[in-house]
Design a protein around this ligand. Structure first.
Ligand code: PMV
Length: 360
């Protein structure tokens, strides 16, 4: 089995003075949710996600060798402007990954980053952002060690992204990514995300995700705090076991294309995630009244039309509406007619399954 130590490099064969790379990395939406973790961003249960296509972070990493190699040195630009409040998170990230990338203090970095989705839309950019930065850092490591295999490159990029933000490790690859050891998913690992290795039915080809922006504000409770509350949680053990079971069910469902069974797992996972929040101590609620209005409207529409549309939720009030490509026209009309009114400023984002990070 691969261990984290396998990603600590011995020595580099090449040297590089300066240059830049640019990668884009997408967001992802979990179907079986990661909620609860051990030390070093090791998940308490396995999760699986659809990689998205349109919601992306694009990051350019410029680097130049420097004299003083005693500390990290970087500038951070967000949409072309210096962004001081993002710096502590990046500083912490660099500290965490230094053991895996011992060259980090040799360079001054300029990190120039932007998102394709609206700023403060309530869509977390930590998954796409950390994945895009990790890809750039791996490109630099590959320049120092060109013999590196593709497997190592992508696994290590995902491992680094995980240390930035857990779910970011699922944003390196597409289209369906598993993170966390699961007995029936060969090569699955707590250390990094892997492409779902089994057959996927054509019903899931180009699956659609329309993200309804219900509340664009800052979350009252961060996911870091939420994960932490799973430590003393009365239902934690059962929940972690359930995630394994649901992932098992999804293996069969992805193979046979049973959309009714898919909907049951996905919606149950979303509500379970929020149920865990509501039953933590302290307890909290991240859904808002419009989230529930949307869920009820989806259930009514599904019952009346038999169209296999369902919802999932992140750690927030926004709703992801998931549906097969061949139902797009009808579902989009339904969204426009009945759901847009529940969105802040009528905003929503049309996305779909995508292929992961791309070098630009
Ligand atoms: O990656 P984090 O620590 O922000 O946690 C994300 C957790 C959920 O989005 C709620 C679930 C998931 O698996 O993505």
């Amino acid at each position: 089995m691969i261990s984290a130590n396998d990603f600590i490099p011995s020595k580099y064969t090449h040297s590089v003075e300066s240059g830049f790379f640019q990668w884009s990395a997408p967001s992802n939406i979990a179907l079986v949710k990661y909620w609860g973790k051990k030390d070093n961003q090791i998940p308490a249960n396995p999760s699986v996600s659809f990689t998205l296509n349109n919601c992306k972070t694009i990051t350019k990493l410029a680097f130049a060798k420097k004299e003083n190699q005693g500390s990290f040195s970087f500038d951070l630009l967000f949409e072309g402007q210096p962004k001081e409040d993002f710096k502590p998170k990046i500083q912490k990230f660099l500290e965490r990954i230094e053991i895996y990338l011992p060259f980090l203090k040799d360079y001054h970095f300029t990190i120039d980053t932007e998102n394709t989705f609206p700023h403060s839309s309530g869509i977390a950019s930590s998954a796409s952002g950390m994945a895009a930065l990790a890809m750039n850092l791996m490109s630099l490591e590959k320049a120092l060690n060109p013999e590196m295999t593709d497997d190592y490159f992508f696994q290590k990029a995902s491992l680094l992204a995980r240390l930035g933000s857990g779910s970011a490790c699922r944003s390196v690859k597409g289209k369906v990514v598993v993170w966390g050891n699961q007995k029936n998913i060969p090569a699955s690992s707590d250390l990094f995300g892997v492409e779902f290795p089994h057959a996927i039915h054509e019903n899931f080809t180009n699956y659609q995700d329309t993200i309804l922006l219900v509340d664009k504000g800052e979350k009252q409770v961060s996911s870091t705090v939420g994960h932490d509350l799973m430590h003393e949680h009365p239902f934690a053990e059962r929940r972690f076991a359930q995630a394994h079971e649901n992932l098992d069910h999804l293996i069969t469902i992805f193979e046979n294309g049973d959309l009714d069974a898919f909907i049951k797992i996905v919606e149950s996972e979303a509500l379970t995630l929020h149920a865990m929040m509501m039953t933590s101590m302290p307890y909290f609620i991240l859904m808002n009244p419009n989230t529930l209005q949307i869920i009820n409207a989806i259930w009514k529409f599904r019952k009346e039309t038999k169209i296999p549309v369902c919802f999932t939720l992140d750690a927030g009030a926004n709703v992801h509406v998931l549906y097969p490509e061949n139902t797009s026209e009808k579902v989009l009309q339904f969204i426009k007619d009945e759901l847009v009114g529940y969105c802040q400023n009528g905003q929503y984002i049309c996305d779909r399954i995508g292929n992961g990070a791309v070098l630009i």
